[in-house]
Design a binder for this molecule. Structure first.
Ligand SMILES: Nc1nc2c(ncn2[C@@H]2O[C@H](COP(=O)(O)OP(=O)(O)OP(=O)(O)O)[C@@H](O)[C@H]2O)c(=O)[nH]1
Ligand SMILES: [Mg+2]
Length: 311
């Protein structure tokens, strides 16, 4: 091992919907975290491991910083706080905006949260593709620099893969000198089964409305791996059975839809995503169940995988 190899954990912290998960996927070069236009999409700690000759960084995506209104959101906020504490560097992600460069209290609160870690704090201004007047970016960067005192500020567009190389360079420079922590072929800490459950939940977020997206939980109960080529080829099949949990009997009809239309749509779209992820044909069976007010129950939150992972 070379003496100056760097490795460490970089945690993404930010308000809901600023693009933390999009950034994780863009840097990983594959979809490991689900993304949706609805706030509070991410419920757990999601990792992507980037390995280079001279460095290994574990990127950690977290639930957006919000108020803790119920047991689920309390758990989500705990997950974010713990991920920050365990990191070597925290990257605050904010959204670029047009108009006067004025840092909001909500963004200030996120910087405060990021400072609770032991490591340094950087800041990424995401969604710069949305800014009409690019000249306005400089005053924003100056305002963030002056008011937050972070180590480094990088403007990016996670969606368009803009500025990402610069960002990675800045992150790697700030990691401690240490040997790699994971085998070089490892891309994430999450089990395939968990990512598959998330890919189903992503379709529920995209294809259902009202309270359903946030009231739904997904668990893959059966995962039969019949892949013939374990090296990422496309042989064989995986047979998955998933359960969608909602909070009330009245929500069941909405998830199933008229004549089963909605659940079918969810299943078809999720299956396509899962096939891409697993690299094989997928058989997916989904059923809908009621777990009354599960978002208020610590036990259910843990069972569904949205609790704090054991240290
Ligand atoms: N225009 C634009 N949209 C983006 C960019 N990055 C993310 N988005 C969009 O912003 C929305 C939220 O993205 P997510 O990655 O789910 O955001 P998040 O910060 O992980 O959100 P939570 O998990 O709810 O905390 C999605 O509709 C993305 O497509 C970007 O660089 N430009
Ligand atoms: Mg997210």
């Amino acid at each position: 091992m070379t003496a100056n190899h760097r490795s460490g954990f970089v945690v993404f912290v930010g308000r809901p919907n600023v693009g933390k998960s999009t950034l994780l996927n863009a840097l990983a070069g594959q979809k490991l975290a689900i993304v949706s236009p609805k706030p509070q999409t991410t419920r757990t700690r999601i990792t992507a491991i980037l390995t280079r000759e001279d460095a290994q960084v574990v990127l950690v995506d977290t639930p957006g910083v919000t108020k803790s209104a119920d047991a689920l959101r309390r758990s989500m906020q705990r997950i974010t706080r713990t991920a920050v504490t365990d990191s070597d560097l925290a990257l605050v992600v904010v959204e670029a905006r047009d108009g006067e460069a004025e840092i909001s209290d909500a963004d200030r609160a996120v910087v405060e949260a990021a400072r609770k870690g032991h490591g340094r704090v950087g800041l990424a201004i995401n969604k710069v593709d949305k800014i009409k007047n690019k000249k306005m970016l400089l005053p924003w960067m100056e305002a963030y620099a002056k008011e937050t005192g972070v180590d480094v500020i990088v403007p990016i567009s996670a969606k368009n893969h803009d500025g990402l190389e610069d960002l990675v360079e800045e992150l790697l420079k700030r990691l401690p000198e240490a040997p790699p922590m994971f085998p070089k072929e490892m891309v994430t800490e999450q089990a395939e089964r968990v990512i598959c459950a998330e890919l189903v939940r992503e379709q529920l977020l995209l294809l259902t409305r009202q309270e359903i997206p946030h009231a739904a939980a997904v668990v893959i109960e059966v995962f039969e791996d019949q892949r013939t080529d374990q090296e990422g080829g496309d042989g064989g099949l995986c047979r998955l059975e998933g359960r969608i949990y909602i909070e009330r009997e009245s929500q069941k009809g909405i998830v199933v839809g008229k004549g089963g239309r909605t659940i079918k749509e969810v299943s078809t779209a999720a299956r396509a995503q899962i096939e891409e992820f697993l690299g094989c044909k997928v058989y997916l069976r989904l059923t809908v169940h009621v777990d009354k007010d599960w978002r208020q129950s610590d036990r259910a939150i843990e069972r569904f995988g949205y609790g704090l992972p054991e240290a």
